[in-house]
Design a protein around this ligand. Structure first.
Ligand SMILES: *Cc1c(COP(=O)(O)O)cnc(C)c1O
Length: 365
């Protein structure tokens, strides 16, 4: 535990912020990741001097040298969390220390410098304080926060970058399912993998997402919304979606999710849901889920619900699983009761509508 308070961020105000009307329009109907607030938080690190000045500066394009290392070798990591406006005007985020710890683990795996948890949380607080007018107030709306870190040295040699930039940007987002929560179809990918033993699957890095894009187009070709990946060794066990963990609810109330490994990212939503399910009396089982067993369970009725979970969509019910030799419907394509109740409980906590028993909320403004 550090006993000194985190270094303050110096604010350089944007003297050309978005006009009120433009901000109001963006907040009324936000489209994920398209509009950004007036500022960004930033810290530059160099091997010689470590982390430099903490600052909040006007949002704007970066000037990047064509030899910038990240453009060539993808030494980059990111995080994703949300700021929630509560009815009394306060603004909160959810388990930011957990994201900070994961960011540090991702940094280690990608040979990037670790940012302290204090700097991580303070960067969010500083940015959201300056841009608090950008926190949307409607149902299931939030300000999505995207901290990221990348190799910013201009050098083509293959070694860890000696200069790195940490930046946080923010974007107002609306309900992930504007017309109400709707089960999605999942393509179970057998040809490609997003991660493998000893790889970067447990790190939140852009490269994992790059590897998921081609299989994602396979999914679209089969009329599916998203892709579920299998383990690279045996192509038998479910790992996760490109950006969400996966859970199976059995008819007896047991909930099973694949255990985290070096090929599965440890989601904050995953961990929170496991806690809430345990509180609610469900048997929670972190154990491998074999695809043949899952398909059999869906056919026999022993599998009642399947869902995916992550910060962006919270919980996405899975209504259909499609692979090269199967196409099965889970629970008549309706979102199941466990899926919907756990989704309601988690979002109620995040928006301050239910007691925060586990002190997961962290006040920003
Ligand atoms: C971000 C991410 C998740 C979900 O993590 P949360 O902390 O719940 O948002 C799951 N899988 C992958 C691969 C991810 O990148």
């Amino acid at each position: 535990m550090s006993t000194v308070s985190p270094q303050p961020f110096q604010v350089q105000r944007n003297d050309r912020p978005a006009p009120d009307a433009r901000r109001a329009a963006a907040l009324a109907a936000p489209k994920f990741g398209t509009v950004f607030t007036d500022h960004m938080a930033r810290i530059t690190w160099t091997v010689a001097d470590g982390w430099g000045a903490r600052r909040v500066e006007p949002y704007g394009p970066l000037s990047v040298d064509p030899a910038c290392a990240v453009l060539h070798y993808a030494q980059e990591i990111f995080e994703g969390l949300k700021a929630y406006g509560h009815d009394d005007g306060s603004v909160w985020t959810f388990r930011p220390r957990t994201n900070a710890a994961r960011f540090a683990r991702s940094a280690r795996r990608l040979a990037l410098p670790e940012l302290s948890g204090d700097d991580f949380v303070e960067s969010l607080r500083a940015l959201v304080t300056v841009d608090q007018a950008w926190v949307p107030r409607g149902e299931e709306m939030s300000l999505y926060l995207r901290p990221f870190m990348f190799a910013s040295e201009s050098f083509l040699g293959v070694r860890p970058s000696q200069q790195v930039d940490y930046i946080v940007i923010a974007s107002p987002v609306g309900a992930y399912f504007p017309g109400g929560v709707r089960p999605v179809s999942i393509w179970v990918e057998r040809e490609y993998h997003r991660a493998g033993p000893g790889g970067t699957g447990a790190a939140k890095c852009g490269g994992n997402y790059a590897a998921s894009l081609l299989p994602q187009t396979h999914g679209y070709d089969h009329d599916c919304d998203q892709v579920c990946f299998l383990d690279a060794g045996t192509k038998t066990f479910l790992e996760e979606l490109g950006g969400m963990n996966v859970m199976v609810v059995y008819a007896d109330g047991t909930v099973r999710t694949p255990p985290v490994s070096d090929a599965i990212l440890e989601g904050v939503t995953r961990s929170s849901i496991l806690t809430l399910l345990t509180d609610a009396g469900h048997e929670v089982d972190e154990a491998p889920v074999a695809l043949p067993d899952l398909l059999e369970g869906i056919a026999s009725g022993s599998v009642a619900e399947v869902f995916a979970c992550g910060t962006a969509a919270v919980i996405t019910p899975i209504g259909r699983l499609v692979g090269d030799d199967f196409d099965v419907t889970v629970s008549d394509g309706q979102a199941g009761p466990v899926t919907m109740s756990i989704r309601a409980e988690l979002t109620d906590i995040q928006y301050g509508r239910r007691p925060d028993r586990h002190t997961w909320l962290h006040r920003l403004v």
